[in-house]
Write a protein that binds this ligand. Structure first.
Ligand SMILES: C[S@@+](CC[C@H](N)C(=O)[O-])C[C@H]1O[C@@H](n2cnc3c(N)ncnc32)[C@H](O)[C@@H]1O
Length: 404
C-alpha cells in the first residue's frame, strides 16, 4: 500500500476544516472530492475513508501523537502519521513524516486501548452519560459497534421498480447487492461504491437509506388514500418511503422549519415519481393548528443527538455538547405535545429518533403520555434498535394511537 502525496494533502486540509473551522465532515469531504477531476474511484475512496477514520478516532490518535487542539498543520501531520502506522502503511520519505516514532505509536496504542474513552475515542462527558443511561455493558458494546464503518443500504423505490429488477440492473453495472432478511425494501451493497452516478439512481429507482430508518415507514401503518403528516421531514427520506407505501394515493404533507430542506425534498420527490407529497414550511404555529384533528397518521422523526448514527456521522461525537442535548430534549417534548394534536381520533402517530439514549426516546414518550395532549394517546408498541444487536443504525420508534 502506497501513500499518494496529493491525496494525503487533501486529507490534511479536510481535517483542518473539520477540527479547527468546525465544518461538517460530509460537506468537507464533498468539497475535497471536487478538487481534482483526475481522481478515480479508489483515490476518492481513500480521501473519504481516511478523513472519516481520523475524525472517528480523533481523541485516540491525538493522544498517541501527543498533540492538543487547536491542531496546527504539524499536529495534523502527526495525527495522520499515527493513522498511517496503525493502518500498516509503509511511510514515504516526505519531510512531514520524518522521525515518526513507529514503535512508540504501536506501544501507546496498546497501552491506551485499555481505557474505553481512548479505545472508543469518545469525550469523557459523553462516555459517562452513555454508561449511566444504558449501563456499562450495553454502552461498551454499542460504542464499539458505532465506531465501525457502516454498510451502504439502498431502499428500492417500489413506485418505479422492484427489488429484484433493481438488483439485476445494478449487477449489470458491476454493483453487487444482497437482500436483507426482515427489511423488505432493502438492498445492501457488497462493496462500497458511489451509487449516485448510476442511471438507476438518476431514474429514481432507489434512495440510499439505512436499514433501521427503513423500518419507520411500515411502523406508521399507512395505507393508500390516507392523510399523513411527516412533521419533521427534512430532505424527505421517510416521506418518500411513505409515498411509496401509499402507492402514490392519498396525501403526504411534509413539514419542516427549514425551507431549504423541503426544496431538496421536492427535487427528490420528482425523481422518485412521488406525486402525493406536498411540502409546508412551519413558519408559524398556524401551519400545525390548521391540521389539528385532521390527520390519519403523523410521523415525528424528531431532531436528536444523532448518537445512533455515529458510524456515518462520527464528527457528532465532537460537535455534540451537553447544553445542546438538554435543549434538543426540550424541543422533542414540545414537538410531541404540539404536533400530536394533528392526529385525528382513532389515528396513529410514530415518534422516532436516531438516538440510542433512553432520555431522548422512551423517557420522552412516557413524559408525553402524562401531559394534557398525551392523555389522549395510548402507547401501542415501541422498538429500541441498538447497532451492536442489529448491525445497522441505532434507532428508536414508538407507535401511539389517539383514543376515539
Ligand atoms: C431526524 S431529522 C429528519 C430526517 C428526515 N425525516 C428523513 O427521513 O430524511 C429531524 C428534522 O427535524 C427538523 N426540525 C427541527 N426542529 C423542528 C421543529 N420544531 N419542527 C419541525 N421540524 C423540526 C430538522 O430541520 C430536521 O430536518
Amino acid at each position: 500500500m502506497r501513500l499518494h502525496r496529493n491525496l494525503v494533502f487533501a486529507v490534511i486540509d479536510g481535517l483542518h476544516l473539520i477540527f479547527n473551522e468546525n465544518e461538517y465532515a460530509d460537506k468537507v469531504v464533498e468539497k475535497l472530492l471536487k478538487r481534482d477531476k483526475r481522481w478515480g474511484a479508489r483515490d476518492r475512496g481513500f480521501i473519504a475513508e481516511t478523513v472519516y477514520d481520523i475524525v472517528r478516532w480523533k481523541r485516540l490518535y491525538a493522544e498517541i501523537a501527543e498533540v492538543k487542539e487547536p491542531f496546527n498543520r504539524e499536529n495534523l501531520w502527526r495525527i495522520f502519521a499515527v493513522w498511517a502506522v496503525l493502518r500498516g502503511y509503509k511511510l514515504p520519505d516526505w519531510k512531514q513524516l520524518e522521525g515518526t516514532p513507529i514503535r512508540r505509536i504501536k506501544g501507546r496504542f496498546d497501552e491506551l486501548s485499555k481505557n474505553r474513552v481512548y479505545r472508543e475515542s469518545i469525550p469523557d462527558w459523553l462516555d459517562k452519560l452513555g454508561g449511566k443511561e444504558l449501563g456499562t455493558e450495553i454502552w461498551t458494546n454499542e460504542l464499539a459497534a458505532l465506531n465501525a464503518q457502516a454498510d451502504v443500504i439502498l431502499r428500492v423505490n417500489t413506485l418505479k421498480t422492484t427489488k429484484e429488477k433493481l438488483q439485476g440492473l445494478l449487477f449489470d453495472n458491476n454493483i453487487d447487492t444482497a437482500f436483507i432478511k426482515g427489511y423488505p425494501d432493502a438492498l445492501k451493497l457488497k462493496e462500497r461504491t458511489n451509487v449516485f452516478t448510476t442511471e438507476a439512481f438518476k431514474n429514481g429507482y432507489f434512495e440510499v437509506q439505512d436499514a433501521s430508518s427503513q423500518l419507520v415507514g411500515s411502523y406508521l401503518d399507512v395505507a393508500p388514500g390516507m392523510r399523513v403528516a411527516d412533521a419533521c421531514a427534512g430532505a424527505g427520506g421517510k416521506s418518500l418511503h411513505l409515498a411509496a407505501l401509499m402507492e402514490n394515493k392519498g396525501q403526504v404533507i411534509s413539514m419542516d422549519i427549514y425551507g431549504n430542506k423541503l426544496k431538496e425534498l421536492k427535487r427528490r420527490a420528482k425523481r422518485n415519481g412521488a406525486h402525493n407529497i406536498e411540502t409546508r414550511e412551519i413558519d408559524s404555529t398556524k401551519v400545525i393548528k390548521k391540521l389539528h384533528g385532521k390527520m390519519d397518521r403523523v410521523l415525528i422523526d424528531a431532531p436528536c443527538s444523532g448518537l445512533g448514527v455515529l458510524r456515518r456521522n462520527p464528527d457528532a461525537k465532537w460537535k455534540l455538547q451537553p447544553e445542546f442535548l438538554e435543549e434538543i430534549k426540550q424541543t422533542q417534548q414540545q414537538i410531541l405535545q404540539d404536533y400530536s394534536r394533528m392526529v385525528k381520533p382513532g389515528g396513529k402517530m410514530v415518534y422516532a429518533t436516531c438516538s440510542i439514549l433512553p432520555s431522548e426516546n422512551q423517557d420522552q414518550v412516557n413524559k408525553f403520555l402524562k401531559t394534557e395532549p398525551g392523555q389522549e394517546f395510548k402507547l401501542v408498541k415501541e422498538e429500541r434498535i441498538l447497532s451492536h444487536q442489529s448491525g445497522f443504525d441505532g434507532f428508536y420508534m414508538a407507535l401511539l394511537e389517539r383514543k376515539s
